[in-house]
Design a protein around this ligand. Structure first.
Ligand code: PMT
Length: 398
């Protein structure tokens, strides 16, 4: 969707301006016509020459040094998209207040194109009520905000405030312009292991880290889907992914049920507990009271419930975590749970399944066909799963 589109890339004055160079290069590689607009403060960190060399036309820095009589309106009117990366607290405030004090903010005020801002600043600044209020106001007005992420900041500090990764910023540009092979699809993903409480401090859980489910959600969002991620893992998700945090199987079931009717694709990558304590103690169980007897009861099978009420046009994907007879056990789940596809992983194999950064899976379709995905990082496995989903959906419409 970026090919042939005119993108104004605004760069404001923070150390993350160096990452805007990579954003510029990626936008150009994707076929966009990129017009860089640098604020005077950004020139303390990067140069116009760098952007002029990489972009589609020379970088501009001022309202007053252009051959055009009105550079901000020319840029704003021609743009298909304006993206500001990084967006400093000052630029966010000026844009929110409508104060056109430099070429970048004037261009933002002179455009009717969609706008993406990618804030980057120290955690203390990002958390300031004034900054948060400006960001909220911009969101309310329809501006897409690619939130900063946690990590190392200038000066060695660590916290939230780092500019999102260039690839995620470019994916957001593509998404806003309606691009990606999953554009128009609503994808619901579950991730992580549920925790079933025994008492206020103890629970029955499993080793799922949520890495595979989060990789699926991030990949689907990068490919243009509208993604909701129901997760029990406290991990970050890519910009644009709606995150619903849950802990227990019952909470996951309720969160999924509330969203499943609207979903075109549902992928259950979560490791949902099969059993939970029948009664949860109100107070912490005391060692001195002897070994407690914990009586278990089955949890609802969320995936089987989704299979029972699957609507036409919906694609339902399950996972199977197996340690023996992997394919046979997974095939039985495809039939019993009325799935279109199951992703079987032999979690006893090295580097596969729980907690690892990698996975190896067999994709089994409801028609009995299979595809082996050898050991690869979880994002690559996510890519293969979503490719199979697209293939299934295109077959269904043939
Ligand atoms: O999170 P990671 O550390 O990255 O690890 C990834 C993973 C190993 C958790 C993932 O690849 C995986 O295999 N997820 C499914 C684990 C699982 O619960 O498998 P299962 O065979 O027990 O369940 C089959 C399917 O039914 C799953 O889609 C599961 O989400 C679903 N289920 C299970 C029980 C239940 N009560 N409700 C369900 O919906």
């Amino acid at each position: 969707m970026l090919r042939g589109r005119r993108v104004v890339l605004g760069v404001s004055g923070g150390i993350a301006a160096y990452k805007a160079i990579e954003v510029c290069r990626r936008l150009v590689d994707a076929g966009a016509f990129v017009s860089p607009v640098l604020t005077p403060d950004s020139l303390h960190f990067v140069t116009t020459q760098t952007f002029s060399a990489l972009a589609s036309e020379p970088a501009r820095t001022s309202l007053w040094d252009s051959p055009e009589p009105s550079p901000h309106t020319a840029l704003g009117q021609r743009a298909d998209l304006v993206v500001v990366a990084p967006a400093t607290a000052r630029v966010l405030a000026a844009y929110a207040m409508g104060m056109s004090d430099d070429l970048l903010v004037a261009t933002l005020l002179a455009t009717r194109a969609p706008v993406i801002v990618c804030p980057a600043m120290h955690t203390e600044m990002w958390e300031q009520p004034a900054v948060q209020a400006n960001v909220a106001l911009l969101r309310e007005r329809g501006v897409t905000v690619v939130d900063p992420v946690a990590g190392m900041l200038a000066g060695g500090d660590v916290g939230v405030g780092r500019l999102a990764e260039p690839a995620d910023i470019v994916a957001a540009c593509d998404r806003v312009l309606g691009g990606g092979d999953l554009a128009g699809l609503r994808v619901l993903v579950t991730a992580g292991g549920t925790r079933e409480p025994i008492d206020p401090v103890r629970y029955i859980g499993n080793r799922s880290s949520g890495k595979q489910g989060h990789a699926l959600a991030d990949e689907a969002a990068a490919r243009g889907a509208e993604v909701t991620l129901v997760t029990s893992a406290g991990r970050p998700a890519a910009p644009g992914v709606e995150v619903v945090s849950v802990e227990t199987a019952a909470q996951m079931e309720a969160a999924v049920a509330a969203r499943s009717d609207d979903a075109d694709v549902i992928v259950m990558a979560a490791a949902v507990a099969d059993f939970r304590p029948k009664a949860v103690a109100d107070d912490k169980l005391k060692k001195g009271d002897g070994v407690p007897e914990v009586v278990l009861e089955p949890t609802p099978d969320i995936l089987a419930g989704l299979g029972a009420r699957k609507r036409p046009g919906q694609t339902l994907v399950g996972f199977a975590a197996e340690t023996s007879d992997v394919v046979a056990n997974a095939a039985e789940k495809v039939r019993r749970k009325n799935l279109d596809l199951i992703v079987a992983n032999d979690v006893s194999a090295p580097g596969v399944g729980f907690e690892h950064d990698t996975n190896a899976v067999v994709l089994l379709r409801e028609d009995g066909s299979r595809e082996d995905v050898p050991l690869a990082d979880k994002r690559a496995v996510a890519r293969a799963v979503l490719d199979a989903v697209l293939d299934l959906r295109s077959q269904a419409t043939r």
